[in-house]
Ligand binder design. Structure first.
Ligand code: CTP
Length: 133
């Protein structure tokens, strides 16, 4: 019987419960979960600011989780298909903030969008902490 590999991507900065839940649900869709952690330069390019935690720290945090079998550095959003093929992924999981945006890789794997955990985000946490007295 072949192993079903799930792949997902994200920044996972200021790690929070929404991150844990999406990774647990992604892992439950297969036998093995591989996570592409987006690099610092990619975040600066896309969001205009560096993450709070460095890519090395974020890779260390995500790789420490029991549901995660492997991590790698995601250096370009456009290389999704290459990463999927390289890691022999059968399923791509993304949060539904990306709904429809990765249907273009459905020729190489199944694409599943999972509902986000409400009321928590890295941006919200940073704003909350910055506003504390
Ligand atoms: N995620 C989730 N529920 C949340 C927040 C994030 O399911 N409340 C998921 C995203 O959909 C994505 C993964 O966690 O699949 C990584 O998301 P990331 O962008 O790193 O986290 P955010 O908290 O959304 O960060 P930001 O506020 O900077 O966009």
């Amino acid at each position: 019987m072949s192993i079903r590999t799930v792949i997902t991507f994200g920044t996972f900065d200021v790690f929070h419960v929404g991150h844990v839940r999406v990774l647990k649900r992604a892992a439950a869709l297969g036998d093995r979960l591989v996570v592409g952690v987006s690099g610092d330069a990619l975040n600066v390019a896309k969001k205009g600011r560096p993450p709070v935690f460095s890519q090395e720290e974020r890779l260390e945090i995500v790789s420490s989780l029991a549901v995660v079998d492997g991590v790698f550095l995601e250096e370009s959003l456009e290389q999704k298909r290459d990463y999927i093929l390289e890691h022999e992924a059968d399923v791509l999981v993304m949060g539904d903030d990306w709904a429809g945006k990765f249907d273009w890789v459905s020729d190489v794997c199944e694409v599943v969008y999972l509902a986000r955990t409400p009321s928590v985000s890295t941006t919200g946490l940073i704003e909350h902490i910055a506003g504390l007295p």
